[in-house]
Design a protein around this ligand. Structure first.
Ligand code: PEP
Length: 252
């Protein structure tokens, strides 16, 4: 399966800083084969990135959306708006949405449905906290986060989607799961889904996220059930992000 690398800029950037980043990134990435690259800028900069990505194979994504179709939801952004802005992907259930903005598994399922109905590819983020890992409940937590979405729409809903395993303790901390730790959870996710649909499980891209950097990407991406990376901090550094994409291209 082709590798997928998604850069999550989070709430960073400005018109001028984005110009510099894209100027540095594009020459390094446009010719790269064997990897699909997706950039997720903050909402106000999606059009800016879209103009710059025109003619390249790099796609756009958004960092979240509102589950409602339209209407009185001040400050929110719908799936249709993201589609209008040429977004193809959307992150759903990122741990920062869950922990800082109180999004529950049920909210995540609603957003997932809205993304699908709106014609976007949901990137469902799952992962355990440090406390959950230490108490041995990683698999229980990840299974619950996945199952809430599956129970809402059925296993078929995952067809054509992406799952990102992001241990919360590794996001933005500089602490990465070892390739073995990450593979163990990715293997668990693949088996869990295969128990419900072997065909879907086999084709579902499973991304790892959590302090992926230029120097640890290759070892993570070499794992059999890791099909790409969701990259936060390092996606703001052109050289680091390009190196991660190059490592992913080698492991397609
Ligand atoms: C993320 O934002 O999904 C992420 C994994 O961040 P970082 O790479 O900075 O840990």
């Amino acid at each position: 399966m082709q590798s997928l690398v998604i850069g999550n800029w989070k709430m960073n950037g400005s018109l001028s800083a984005n110009e510099v980043l894209l100027d540095q990134l594009l020459p390094a990435l446009v010719e790269l084969k064997g990897v699909q690259i997706v950039l997720c800028p903050p909402f106000p900069y999606i059009s800016q990135a879209d103009s710059r990505l025109l003619g390249s194979k790099i796609l756009l994504g958004a960092q979240s959306l509102n589950a409602h179709e339209a209407g009185a939801h001040t400050g929110e952004v719908s799936a249709a708006m993201l589609k209008d802005l040429n977004c193809r992907y959307v992150l759903i259930g990122h741990s920062e949405r869950r922990s800082l903005y109180g999004e529950t598994d049920a909210d995540t399922a609603k957003k997932f449905i809205a993304a699908k109905l709106g014609g976007l590819i949901p990137v469902l983020c799952v992962g355990e906290s440090l406390q959950e890992r230490q108490s041995g409940s990683t698999e229980t937590v990840v299974a619950r986060q996945l199952q809430t979405v599956i129970d809402s729409l059925g296993i078929e809903t995952l067809k054509g989607c992406v799952i990102a395993y992001e241990p919360v303790w590794a996001i933005g901390t500089g602490e990465t799961a070892t390739p073995e730790q990450a593979q163990a959870v990715h293997g668990f996710i693949r088996r869990l889904l295969a128990g419900q649909s072997a065909a879907i499980a086999e084709r579902l891209p499973l991304l790892y996220g959590g302090s992926v950097k230029a120097d640890n990407a290759a070892a993570l991406l070499a794992q059999p059930d890791i099909n790409g990376a969701l990259v936060g901090g390092a996606s703001l550094d052109a050289a680091a992000f390009a190196a991660i994409c190059q490592a992913a291209a080698l492991h397609s």
